[in-house]
Design a protein around this ligand. Structure first.
Ligand code: C5P
Length: 235
């Protein structure tokens, strides 16, 4: 399976996103559309990028009652989207509902379960979520839950990939955000790693936003990540 770097198009307007993508000329890098652009451009924007041929990861992180998630995923699965996200914390019935919504619609986007956000710390897990286990154990437990409920993979930090593969199976997709080049600013991310570490830990796909979209040379930053995914050791 080809490892991909999904560029997180975390822009305010769809025009900014299109101007950014134009920098790549005829290349069509895989893209992740999150809340900001989806709320702005809606399914019309998703459809526009689908028609242009982009591989799309639609990251709306559904977390609701099973029937609502089923209906939502069924709607989104009318479009040729590669990957969709739900929160594993929504529980096994909700994950199963998302999987059914995807399987019954014309396209079958893969369902990824968010384990613990890469912006979450152990302190927040304990004091704010009231979860009395280590972050590692929480991520492994949620990954096992997602796997048993039929999800195609998880979203986690790079460090957690080997443990997730160990408690699920090697083909269970591990998609990792929280990617930073050596010495790059972490911003709001807490559990970060370099693209080279992601490759070494066996991540299947990477999500990279600000280190590419705010780079002085986004195209070369993107290619730097791709080289790491091909095993060429950049930091
Ligand atoms: O700019 P940066 O590389 O930090 O962007 C990471 C992207 O990945 C954001 O769009 C964020 O919403 C998403 N994401 C994440 N952590 C998760 C799941 C998704 O950072 N666990």
């Amino acid at each position: 399976m080809e490892k991909k770097c999904y560029i997180a198009l975390d822009f305010v307007t769809t025009e900014e996103a299109i101007d950014f993508l134009d920098l790549f000329h005829d290349d069509l890098p895989p893209v992740k559309i999150g809340m900001s652009l989806f709320y702005r451009g809606g399914l019309g924007f998703v459809e526009e990028l689908c028609q242009k041929g982009y591989d799309i990861f639609l990251d709306l992180k559904s977390h609701d009652i099973p029937n609502t998630v089923y209906l939502g995923v069924s709607q989104l699965s009318q479009f040729p989207i590669d990957l969709l996200t739900v929160h594993a914390l929504g529980g096994s019935d909700m994950i199963k509902a998302a999987v059914s919504g995807s399987k019954e619609a014309p396209y079958h986007p893969k369902i990824l379960a968010i384990t613990q956000l890469t912006s979450t710390t152990q302190e927040q897990l304990t004091n704010e979520q009231g979860i009395n286990e280590s972050l590692n154990d929480s991520v492994s437990r949620l990954a096992k839950l997602a796997y048993s409920a039929g999800a195609d993979g998880t979203v986690s930090a790079v460090d957690e990939v080997p443990r997730i593969k160990a408690v699920t199976e090697k083909n269970f997709l591990c998609v990792t955000p929280g990617i930073r080049f050596e010495g790059g600013a972490h911003q709001d991310q807490k559990r970060v790693a370099t693209p080279a570490q992601a490759f070494k830990n066996g991540a299947d796909h990477l999500v990279v936003g600000r280190p590419i979209i705010h780079s002085e040379d986004p195209v070369s930053s993107y290619h730097q990540v791709i080289k790491c995914l091909e095993g060429v050791d950049y930091k």
